[in-house]
Ligand binder design. Structure first.
Ligand code: UDX
Length: 447
């Protein structure tokens, strides 16, 4: 929304949320205090905030004033009842739709931005039409394809913008109104329009395809480790085939983030609902492979450390699900830490952007052990060198650039010998690490 406001100074954009603290943080005069860390974001907020970009908790007023309303609410995986663990929980979408219906006194275009199961737009329209004040609503689907860490660039230069709408005169008018907003900075040929259901499904499918590439290369990483092939070399060789392409072929300790797992589970659930069991099983395998990759990383640490990590200090470099973000949702680090804590390891974590509170909250959420025990066994450090001192093993969980710049000779001197490094991102140079004296294990590389 900030980029949309920045690129359309003539349009007033009000971002509303029921969470007062969040809105206060978005209004924080200190731009380093914004609730999200994202390169380039504060510059955009600095330019637009107070000009045509506003943050408020007065939801009804903003709804009433708006001609177009973007719904960007949380759609977590259901944790209860039918579809538990798979289907998207649409509770917040429904609550927002009911609030929009109640507060609207003039016609509105409602744009679904959240990733939703196919045919949700129809449900939103039903609620709006049946609980509203008789005003007209058009519902559009406009899924967001930005990735964290590169969000601002992805928004300014997207590969495409997708807008789905109703195939009627009113539907086409609503689509055009949204096309016009994007067209103020995006070339027209990159703005594609479809029916609502194609648009909704495309978002799930895009994420499923991206995640599938990672699971595919991760499956090959395990094969590389036993055959002596190098997964980066394989990725480079296959990626130069223009039909395959080079992106999303970096082997890792497993993909994380708020979208991939959730969206695939959702896709699997939808396929199952329609009785398409082979389709469901095909996509579920992407998740199964990802879980395997996280599990085998922690198992490899235990087996290399002479089959026991009990009472041993293990240092995690990185906790975020990828570099350049402080987001930790579904981060592989959480699951690797949990597995090692089950083996009675002591963990020290250093991440340049993730807070101590976030790390403990991630572990507490699993409910594997008490919050007290998590605090006792996991120490969050502000200095990477201190985090590595007297450690039995260093595990790299996030591909932060700064890890490559560390004085690894200095680190080598401070750790327990033999000195182990488990590189879950294949980030460091294996030869340099081995020359220093480390026993260096990287995903997709034979020892
Ligand atoms: C993703 C989609 O890319 C984006 O289009 C969608 O809108 C939201 O979901 P995001 O989750 O922010 O974006 O990050 P992404 O860069 O896709 O990375 C997801 C995970 O995959 C990270 O854990 C990342 O480390 C991992 N990854 C990515 C790999 O392991 N290897 C790769 O080659 C690429």
């Amino acid at each position: 929304m900030s980029v949309l406001a920045q690129k359309n100074p003539h349009i007033k954009v009000t971002v509303v949320d029921i969470n007062k603290e969040k809105i206060a943080a978005w209004n924080n005069p200190d731009l380093d205090g914004l609730p999200i860390y994202e390169p380039g974001l504060k510059e955009v907020v600095r330019e637009a905030r107070g000009r045509n970009l506003f943050f408020s908790t007065d939801i009804d007023k903003a709804i009433d004033e708006a001609e177009m309303i973007f719904m960007s609410v949380n759609t977590p995986t259901k944790t209860y009842g039918k579809g538990k663990g798979m289907a998207a929980d649409l509770k917040y979408v429904e609550l927002s739709a009911r609030q929009i219906a109640r507060a609207s006194k003039s016609a509105k275009i409602v744009v679904e931005k959240s990733t939703l199961p196919v045919r949700t737009a129809q449900a939103i329209k039903d609620i709006l039409d049946n609980t509203g004040n008789g005003v007209k609503f058009q519902v559009l689907s406009n899924p967001e394809f930005l990735a964290e860490g590169t969000a601002i660039n992805d928004l300014i230069n997207p590969d495409r913008v997708l807008i789905g709408g109703e195939e009627s005169v009113e539907g086409r008018e609503a689509i055009q109104a949204l096309v016009d907003i994007y067209a103020s900075w995006i070339p027209k040929e990159k703005i594609i329009t479809t029916n609502v259901w194609s648009s909704e499904l495309s978002k799930l499918v895009a994420n499923a395809f991206l995640a599938q590439r990672i699971s595919s290369i991760n499956a090959i990483s395990e094969l590389c480790e036993v055959t002596g092939a190098d997964v980066d070399e394989v990725a480079r060789a296959i990626g130069m085939d223009s039909r395959i392409g080079p992106k999303f072929l970096k082997a890792s300790v497993g993909f994380g983030g708020s979208c991939f797992q959730k969206d695939i589970l959702n896709l699997v659930y939808i396929a199952k609902t329609y009785g398409l069991n082979e389709v469901a099983d095909y996509w579920e395998q992407v998740i199964i492979m990802n879980d395997h990759q996280k599990r085998r990383f922690s198992e490899n640490i235990v087996s290399a450390l002479y089959n026991t990590v009990s009472g041993k200090k293990i240092t995690f470099l990185g906790w975020a699900f990828k570099k350049d973000t402080n987001d930790t949702r579904e981060s592989a680090a959480i699951y690797v830490a949990d597995a090692l804590l089950n083996e009675q390891a002591e963990i020290a974590v250093y991440d340049p952007k993730v807070s101590k509170e976030r790390i403990y909250a991630d572990l507490d959420f699993l409910e594997t052990r008490s919050p007290e025990e998590n605090r006792k066994r996991v120490k969050v450090m502000k200095d990477p060198y201190e985090a590595c001192t007297d450690t039995h093993a260093i595990a790299i969980l996030t591909e932060w650039d700064e890890f490559k710049e560390y004085d690894w000779e200095r680190i080598y001197k401070s750790v327990v010998k033999p000195a182990f490094v488990f590189d879950g991102r294949k980030l460091l140079d294996g030869k340099t690490m081995t020359d220093i004296g480390f026993k260096y294990f990287a995903i997709g590389e034979a020892q």
